[in-house]
Design a protein around this ligand. Sequence first.
Ligand code: SAH
Length: 390
Amino acid sequence: MIKINLRKKISQRVVNGHPWIFNNEVDKIEGEVKGGEIAEVFTYDKKFVGKGYINPKSQILVRLLTREKNMDINEQFFYERIAQCWEYRKKLGYTENCRLVFGEADDLPQLIVDKFNNHFVIQTLALGMDIWKPAIVKAINQIFNPLGIYERNDVPVRELEGLPQQKGFLSDPFDTKIIIRENGLQFRVDIENGQKTGYFLDQQDNRRAIQHIVKDADVLGAFTYTGTFEIHAAHYGARSVLGLDISENAVQQATKNAELNGVQDCCRFETANAFDVLKQWAKDGRQYDVVMLDPPAFTKSRETLQKAITGYKEINLRGMKLVRPGGFLVTSSCTNLVNAELFQQIIEMAAKDARRKLRQVVFQTQSADHPVIWGMENTQYLKFLIVQVL
Ligand code: SAH
C-alpha cells in the first residue's frame, strides 16, 4: 500500500478531522502512486492519520475515507457507510426523498447519492470514488432493491480529476421522468435532463418555512425552476402566485407541476429574465406581499466572487422594492463562497439602497439531509433567509 508522510507543520484542519490532504502538505510518498488507489497517511513522526484515495492529478492529493487503521476499504466498507447514511436520514424523519450521501459530510468524499423514493441518482466526482462505483451500486441494490439507478456524472469538475463527463443507467433502463412527493405535493423530476441530479432536495425543509407568510398573499417567485416554492405557496393558501424563470423548459415543467397539484388557477409561470423584469416592475409600481428569490450560484470560483456579490445585491434590491411595506422577502444563495455573514451583509446593503428596514423571520441553511460538519466549511453552502420588509 502507498504510504504518505505529512510535513511536520500540518494544518489544524487535518488534525481536526478534515479529510483533504493537499500536495503541499506532503513530505514524502513511499510506493508507486497509481491514481485512485488507497494510501495510508502518517504524520511526520509516523503516527497513523487515516486511509484514503490518492490522485496525483488533483491538487487535493488524498481524500481520507477512514481514520481507523484496521478498516479495510472494500465492498463491505461502502455497504456499511451507505447503510449508516440511510439510518441517519431515517432518524431525522426522511422517508421517501433525501440526499442519501452528501460527500465529505458523510465520510464518503466526492460521492453524492440522491434518493427519489425508489429511484437513485449518483455522482462520483473524484477518481478514487469513481473506481468504487460498482461497489456503491451493489450496496444501493442490496439496501433498497430500487426501481432504478442513474448516473449524473455530466459535471465539469470531473475533468479536473481526469475523468470524462458522462450520464446513463447503472441499472436496467427505466422511465427517467418520475413523480416524487414532498410536503403533501407532487413534483415531476427529470432525472436524465433536469438540473444537477434533477431536483433541488436541499430546499425541501425550507419550502415548508413559507407556510404562514403566504396565506392570502400575492406572491412573486423568481428563479422558479420547476415551480416548487411557488406551488407550495399556492398550496399554503396564497391568493395569486407568479413564478419566473429564464428557461422556457423550466417554465413548462413548472406549469405541468401546477396542474399536477390542481393549483393552476392561482399559480402561473412566465419565461423572463428576472433581473430585467423585476427592475421594470418596480418602476411600474407593482407590489407583492411576498417575493421569493432562489438564484443560481453566480460564481463557482473565488476570483469572480465580487461578481456574485454584485449579482446577489442587485437581485435582492430589485426584489425588495417590489415588496409591499410589511410584506416578506424570501431569499436564498447556494454558493459556499458567500458565507452566511457575507450574505447577510449583502442583503443589508440592498436594504440600505432600497431605504427599507428588515426584520428577520428565519435564517437557516440547507435541509438536514445535507449535513453541515463543523470545521468543514464546504459542507455549509445554502443560505435561506426570510425577512419582513418594513
Ligand atoms: N427554486 C428552485 C431552484 C432554482 S435553480 C427549486 O427550489 O427547485 C435557479 C434557476 O434560476 C434555474 O432554473 C435557472 O434557469 C434560473 N435562472 C438563471 N438565471 C436567471 C435569470 N436571469 N432570470 C430568471 N431565471 C434565471
